[in-house]
Design a protein around this ligand. Structure first.
Ligand code: GDG
Length: 468
């Protein structure tokens, strides 16, 4: 393989390793926000993708899959525990999501994070062509921009941060706060989901490193005494709308949506939640509000059912084990108190589904509940809107998601305010078709105009500006 003009670096490769019955190995394109976002562009630019295969101790040579050149990075079981489950998912994730769960600080996790970030950076530096471009993704790899720059000062480096960046008072807790800022500042363009995230980052840079900041531009002093400019601003991510529109128009998917409604006893209203089972998503708050509406008799299981898809996530991290117990206790109680032989309060599904089934669920749902306590963007909100080709349905959307900046016609909620969530659910359930149509048309315009292609184009054009 010749050196690649364009190299994506992300924690995971966009494929999953599948072992057949006779131990033979195949690779299946894996679902997920980032993959969906970058796949079309990777194909059109013949780029390379550096990432982990998702299983410990798997060492593989680079290979092609679906027209993308993949460069696997190997992680030992201990590195998975310390770099990935530890520092990324039990230190940075909770800290950057407003310490909804307490972040764990361990020096050996940090050491593993540095070691693994260096391995990714070396793989990217070896793959990229002279004067090429490296685009680093997300909180698992915050040190990679600076490490690539040290190895390859000729390349242009972008970094996109998919999760929130915290306010300085929280960020300052991180024992390695200055090193992480320096790592990110190795990039020419540092992209965030929301303007607020970029502002928090710029504040941290100014307060901790005392670098000069003017608007979105940061003056980064170099070893040789010169100054390099890095840009930090918002590039709100979106979805690849085409597959959602296609599936929404597909008669088989529409029939499946009707079948889902029928199998729930054709309730007057179906409410839907779709989340990775994560404490940032506000699943408990949503269930609590809904349970109280049933208990108060403002809703009845004869009329309304909540379908909650909670796809399994990070099941080896303690906080996620506890969260699952709490949610399942709450679901069991609410169903026990309210179910009848023919109707259930909550159809709880701790499973992952193919995209066709997700779209059928979106089509079946009258109300989509997105009540995240903190979320970088929340693509589920955009997927729901994209599939509503009939301009019906109501999106209830937490103001603590990135999506709330754009989707102004949603019913906005503060998920911490349980009475407010209850009121929002009632507003959604009772909304007239005319009002639904008015709001949904505006939401759809926004999502269809600002799709993932618009996102990647605007990031890449900022990188082009940086190159000049
Ligand atoms: C991070 C940030 C940011 C979920 N369950 C199934 C399934 N999904 C899909 C959804 C959606 C994706 O996974 C989840 O994306 P979100 O944006 O909602 O949330 P995170 O996973 O936390 O993503 C987030 C995102 O990165 C992108 O920058 O928006 O804020 O936290 O596409 O549909 N898909 C299928 N079956 C499932 O069971 N097929």
């Amino acid at each position: 393989m010749a050196a690649a003009e364009f190299v994506v670096v992300a924690n995971r490769l966009p494929v999953d390793r599948v072992e057949g019955p006779d131990g033979e190995e195949t690779w299946r394109t894996s679902p997920g926000g980032l993959v969906a976002a970058l796949e079309p562009m990777m194909r059109s630019t013949h780029g390379a993708w550096v990432g982990w295969v998702g299983q410990p101790d798997v060492e593989r040579d680079p290979f092609e899959a679906d027209g993308i050149h993949l460069i696997p990075v190997s992680l030992s079981a201990q590195e998975v525990a310390e770099y990935y489950e530890g520092f990324a998912n039990d230190t940075i994730w909770p800290l950057y999501h407003d310490v909804i769960a307490p972040p764990q600080f361990h020096r050996e996790w940090w050491d593993a994070y540095v070691t693994v970030n260096r391995r990714f950076a070396e793989a990217a530096a070896a793959a990229v062509a002279e004067d090429g471009t490296v685009w680093v993704h997300d909180y698992q790899l915050q040190l990679v921009p600076q490490m690539v720059r040290e190895l390859r000062p000729d390349v242009t480096i972008g970094y996109f941060h998919h999760i929130p960046f915290p306010a300085h008072g929280l960020y300052a807790q991180l024992p390695w706060r200055d090193q992480v800022l320096q790592g990110l500042l190795g990039a020419d363009v540092i992209g965030f989901q929301r303007a607020q995230d970029a502002t928090y980052f710029l504040t941290a840079v100014r307060r901790r490193l005392r670098y000069e900041v003017k608007g979105a531009n940061i003056a980064v002093p170099q070893d040789d005494g010169s100054i390099r400019t890095a840009v930090a601003r918002a590039f709100p991510i979106s979805i690849d709308t085409a597959p959602y529109l296609d599936l929404a128009a597909n008669p088989a998917v529409q029939a499946r949506a009707a079948e889902i409604r029928a199998s729930l006893g054709n309730p007057k209203r179906i409410l839907l939640g779709v989340d990775r089972l994560d404490y940032t998503k506000g699943i408990r708050h949503r269930i609590k509000a809904y349970g109280e509406l049933l208990a108060e008799g403002r809703l009845s299981v004869d009329d309304v059912t909540l379908v909650q898809v909670a796809s399994p996530s990070r099941e080896r991290v303690d906080a996620y084990v506890h969260l699952r117990d709490e949610i399942e206790l709450a679901v069991g109680r609410i169903n026990g108190d309210n179910d009848t032989m023919g109707h259930t309060a909550i159809r709880y599904l701790h499973q992952g589904y193919p995209r066709e089934e997700m779209v059928a669920l979106y089509l079946a749902a009258d109300v989509m509940l997105v009540t995240a306590l903190r979320d970088g963007m929340n693509l589920v909100a955009k997927e729901y809107v994209a599939t509503r080709v009939d301009n019906r349905g109501v999106l209830v959307l937490s103001e603590f998601t990135g999506a709330a900046d754009e989707l102004r016609q949603a019913v906005r909620v503060n998920p911490h305010d349980i009475e407010g969530v209850k009121a929002a659910i009632m507003t959604a359930v009772e909304m007239t078709p005319a009002e639904q149509g008015k709001r949904m048309r505006s939401l759809r315009r926004r999502v269809l105009e600002n799709d993932v292609d618009a996102w990647s184009s605007s990031f890449l054009s900022a990188l082009d500006d940086a190159r000049r």
